[in-house]
Design a protein around this ligand. Structure first.
Ligand SMILES: Cc1cc2nc3c(=O)[nH]c(=O)nc-3n(C[C@H](O)[C@H](O)[C@H](O)COP(=O)(O)OP(=O)(O)OC[C@H]3O[C@@H](n4cnc5c(N)ncnc54)[C@H](O)[C@@H]3O)c2cc1C
Length: 510
């Protein structure tokens, strides 16, 4: 089976500033106490903590370590949350907010310890986190964030006009937050822990998962892992997990990195609220004297944007408005999953299950992924803590869940399918560099025409639950609007819950 190829036209900054890893493929059957699927920050940190707790661990990664969303994030570490402290306080209460903050602070401390302990070269630095409104309209939100943080005992302060490189109507800051290169961190951590009781395999996509006689079997093309416990460290659980997939909002969001003409690269993590609900996150990255400015934002629901080149263009426009840009060096997209009740789902799938999950991180998952490792270790030891309880994957919070997450996704997906996908005619209509879903003898095909004119086609029916995929023009992938599985132009899986690639199809004609 072929592995997915991440397109080169769209490449995260971290792929330009990290080495490659060279772990072997899984080529025969293996046994372990714990099988971990996924080599992002969640899987690798979980492997570390379980190995150190005395478990024998096998980790299988479909692509390369860190190649998933960890390598497509912004690399900011902070106790704040994307929705704002006030959202947690109002949905829950101040005590819950305090627990979330202390959990995130402990996870950040673990990252710092790992960097020091394993001598990881990932440009980890302390930075302030700033959150501001560029207009009067959002000052109220900043006020609420400030008040909730104060209630929870956070050392948050108001900032003065002119303190930031952006026009600010109202802003706040928290010192002693951090930034790093998330791909370099995860890769080097994986190298440090790989060994006899922790075996890491790359290019080994899991294609089936079975449970027999209390054992978990994880199948890859050339070998299987059998284990008592199974951890889905795959950002969203693999296979059919409707208990989670129906509660997750699925989003793509974009990033760009650039060189500036002038040397004024701002130090800090800057989250800005703008008109029309737009938000931008800005930071600087520096490696061995080379600097880049990074801007991230412009989310949309997966598979539901006709032309996402617009989203990237908007980031570039924002950057040019505020900085003297010499050259945009990187453009990329990443995925995130929002839980229905604002907190991630971490731990055993149900109270007595040996299957554990870690999902619903929103854009806060470098820290939540690290926290997941701590919670999963505690759960395997049957240790109940305030974190295992609060973030429990087995929790049911119907009153706190925004039921509209799934409803909106489902409705939008149906609308999109009705209004767009089925209209298209045949392969001749597909222009060079474009993809379209066509109806061919009653069969929906996902057809892409290479710049050179050749066609590549596969079934347009997502192998997860049978929705029709849609074309992602900026990243040149097929994305499923239902539960966010993504496939390359040959149908190989890039991410999401699907376990089986799209079926490849030969199409005739130029
Ligand atoms: C634009 C953007 C910016 C962000 N910025 C930040 C930030 O600044 N700070 C922050 O805290 N969070 C941020 N996040 C969120 C963060 O990137 C993620 O939550 C985090 O990286 C999740 O890590 P993970 O290990 O759980 O998932 P991933 O890094 O996605 O790892 C999952 C791994 O599972 C593998 N996998 C999938 N299927 C299979 C299979 N079948 N077999 C084997 N392996 C498989 C994948 O290849 C992948 O490597 C951002 C997200 C986005 C989209």
């Amino acid at each position: 089976m072929e592995n997915a190829n991440l397109p080169d036209n769209i490449k995260s900054i971290w792929r330009s500033f990290a080495d490659k890893t060279f772990f072997p493929n899984l080529e025969s059957d293996a046994k372990a106490d714990v099988a971990i699927i996924g080599g992002g920050i969640t899987g690798v940190t979980t492997a570390l903590l379980l190995k150190e707790a005395g478990y024998d661990v096998v980790l299988v990664e479909a692509m390369k370590v860190g190649a998933g969303n960890t390598g497509h994030s912004t690399g900011n570490l902070y106790i704040a949350v994307e929705e704002g402290f006030d959202t947690i306080q109002s949905k829950y209460d101040t005590e819950t907010l305090k627990t979330v903050i202390s959990a995130r602070a402990e996870a950040m401390a673990l990252i710092e310890q790992n960097v020091a302990r394993f001598n990881i070269d990932c440009d980890l630095h302390k930075r302030s986190w700033y959150c501001y409104s560029a207009n009067e309209e959002n000052c109220n939100k900043i006020e609420k964030i400030y008040n909730a943080a104060r209630d929870a005992g956070v050392a948050i302060t108001e900032i003065a006009q002119g303190e930031l490189p952006f026009p600010v109507a109202k802003g706040v800051k928290i010192d002693n937050q951090a930034q790093f290169n998330p791909l370099a961190y995860t890769q080097q951590l994986a190298v440090a822990i790989d060994g006899e009781s922790c075996r890491i395999y790359e290019n080994s996509p899991v294609t089936a998962i079975e449970e027999q006689d209390g054992m978990q079997f994880v199948r890859t093309p050339q070998g299987s892992v059998s284990a008592k416990y199974l951890v889905h460290a795959t950002h969203t659980p693999k296979g059919v997990f409707l208990d989670f997939h129906s509660l997750l909002g699925t989003y793509r969001e974009y990033g760009i990195a650039a060189k500036l003409n002038s040397g004024d690269y701002p130090d800090g993590t800057f989250w800005g609220y703008y008109n029309n609900n737009e938000r931008f996150s800005v930071r600087t990255y520096e490696h061995e004297g080379e600097k880049r400015i990074i801007v991230v934002g412009q989310p949309h629901e997966v598979g539901q944007k006709r032309d996402n080149n617009e989203n990237i263009a908007r980031l570039e426009e924002f950057l040019h408005q505020h900085f003297d840009v010499r050259e945009v060096t990187n453009r990329w997209g990443g995925q995130h999953y929002k839980s229905a009740d604002v907190l991630p789902y971490i731990g055993r799938r149900s109270a007595d299950s040996n299957v554990l999950v870690a999902t619903g991180f929103s854009t806060d998952g470098l820290t939540y992924g690290t926290l997941s490792a701590m919670i999963i270790r505690d759960e395997l030891f049957e240790k109940e803590t305030e974190y295992t309880k609060l973030f429990s994957a087995a929790r049911h919070n119907p009153l706190k869940a925004a039921g509209n997450v799934i409803k909106e996704n489902a409705i939008n997906a149906v609308e999109l399918i009705k209004g767009y996908v089925f209209k298209h005619g045949n392969a001749q209509d597909v222009a060079a560099g474009e993809g379209k879903v066509i109806d061919s003898d009653g069969r929906k095909l996902a057809v892409y025409r290479e710049e050179g004119g050749d066609l590549r086609a596969c079934s347009a029916i997502c192998t997860h639950l049978g929705c029709v995929v849609s074309w992602n023009s900026a990243e040149k992938t097929w994305d499923c609007p239902c539960h966010a599985s993504r496939f390359d132009v040959d149908g190989c899986i890039i991410e999401g819950p699907a376990l089986i690639p799209l079926e490849k199809v030969e199409v005739e004609g130029k």
